[in-house]
Design a protein around this ligand. Structure first.
Ligand code: ZN
Length: 87
């Protein structure tokens, strides 16, 4: 009569499945917990050379339409010179 052995085996298999399942849940909880939150500075485009610049460091020129951002004084000068003539 070895009826008891079958029950022990079932219990062991059940425990193994339970432990494996809880481990998997822990792993996924750790990996899926953090949200990637990238904050990108809003960049402005230099209309003269089409380069993107941080407005904090840009050369700002006031024009009819508002403010324009340039990567350098040279670009600002070139752009204003070009737009001023001929329209
Ligand atoms: Zn430029």
């Amino acid at each position: 009569m070895t009826a008891g052995m079958g029950i022990i085996r079932l219990v062991l298999i059940g425990m193994a499945v339970y432990i494996g399942y809880s481990l998997l849940r822990k792993i996924f909880a750790v990996n899926g917990g953090g949200k990637v939150n990238q904050r990108i500075n809003r960049l402005v485009q230099d209309p003269q050379c089409k380069v993107y610049v941080d407005p904090q460091y840009a050369v700002i020129k006031k024009v009819n339409r508002g403010e324009m951002f340039f990567c350098s004084e040279e670009c600002a000068r070139e752009f204003l010179k070009g737009s001023g003539k001929g329209g």
